[in-house]
Design a protein around this ligand. Structure first.
Ligand code: HSE
Length: 314
């Protein structure tokens, strides 16, 4: 039977000042997605601990939405079974929906030899984000497709810049155990200011430019110091109990910078691995959430590769 198994990484978006612009793929965790050709219909199955939280109706599942887009765009008259082994918790700000979307666009591209390049794949996978965020934001999906660090320079036309990451950049992640409200990303976008004062714009442009420069010259400290956002995070901080405590603890433990991961509630810290052990920072972040009365899962990882094939049965 014609099928493919692909692996797509978790991603962190925004990195502070780069709202809807910066994305970074993580080595861990990841989703595995198996796509099998069947005579007709679109079946979605989800495996893993988060199984019950993910809709299997193709209209409401990001992978289903993307599969339909690809089938339509290339007039592929086939049915599909999509089995998602969810390694990435949904709704915590680690690009769970983007990983499944990227995996399906990428997997179908390989299975049918559709010759979409990485930007075409991003364009397809972005359509899935509407289901969870209400907007086709490309920061998570492009990071899941390109791997490493990406800059969504513009949406119309779509232009993505892909940069390598410094090898000594490690990432500490803390995921608080809080109930995730339905349509969390949509809600976290609804609290954002509609207008931005000029001084905040100047701050964020300066920090975003410096952060990108940090990746270009391989300076982890500069990347971390530039992760300070004065527009989006202050508006979202009240949605994340422990935000301030986690920030403080991570910096005290030696992180170069801290930010909400995407729309949260997870938080990430960038660590210079030549100087500090990222697992100590992760532990400090867990304690930060704990001091605010929340238990949390914390771990360290590093930037990782984009979506890729694990097995193929052509
Ligand atoms: N840039 C998006 C947001 C990422 O912050 O709403 C969502 O994961």
């Amino acid at each position: 039977m014609k099928e493919i198994l692909v692996k797509a990484p978790a991603t962190t978006a925004n990195l502070g000042p780069g709202f809807d612009v910066f994305g970074m793929a993580l080595e861990h965790p990841s989703d595995k997605v198996r796509i099998t050709l069947i005579p007709k219909g679109l079946e979605i199955k989800v495996h893993g601990p988060a199984k019950g939280e993910i809709p299997t109706d193709p209209e409401r599942n990001t992978a289903g939405v993307v599969a339909k887009e690809v089938l339509k765009a290339f007039s592929l008259g086939t049915g599909l079974r999509i089995e998602i082994e969810k390694g990435i918790l949904p709704g915590v700000g680690l690009g769970s929906s983007a990983a499944s979307a990227a995996a399906v666009a990428f997997g179908l591209n390989v299975l049918f030899n559709l010759e979409m390049d990485r930007k075409d794949l991003t364009r397809m996978a972005m359509k899935g984000e509407v289901v969870s965020a209400g907007f086709e934001h490309a920061d998570n999906v492009s990071a899941a497709i390109y791997g490493g660090f990406v800059i969504v320079k513009s949406y119309r036309p779509l232009e993505i810049i892909h940069l390598e990451h410094p090898k000594n950049l490690h990432v500490a992640v803390a995921i608080p155990k809080v109930p995730v409200p339905p349509k969390k990303t949509m809600k976290a976008r609804s609290v954002l200011p509609k207008e931005v004062p000029m001084r905040k714009l100047v701050h964020n442009v300066g920090h975003a430019a410096a952060l990108a420069a940090g990746f270009a010259i391989g300076d982890v400290d500069l990347i971390g110091r530039s992760m300070l956002d004065v527009v989006v995070e202050p508006a979202r901080a009240s949605l994340v109990p422990g935000y301030r405590e986690v920030r403080e603890k991570a910096l005290e433990a030696g992180a170069c910078g801290v930010a909400l991961s995407g729309a949260g509630p997870s938080m990430i810290a960038v660590v210079n691995a030549l100087e500090v052990d990222a697992s100590k920072v992760a532990e400090a972040m867990r304690e930060g959430f704990e001091s605010a009365g929340l238990s949390a899962e914390a771990f360290c990882t590093r930037p990782g590769r984009g979506v890729h094939v694990l097995e193929e049965n052509p």
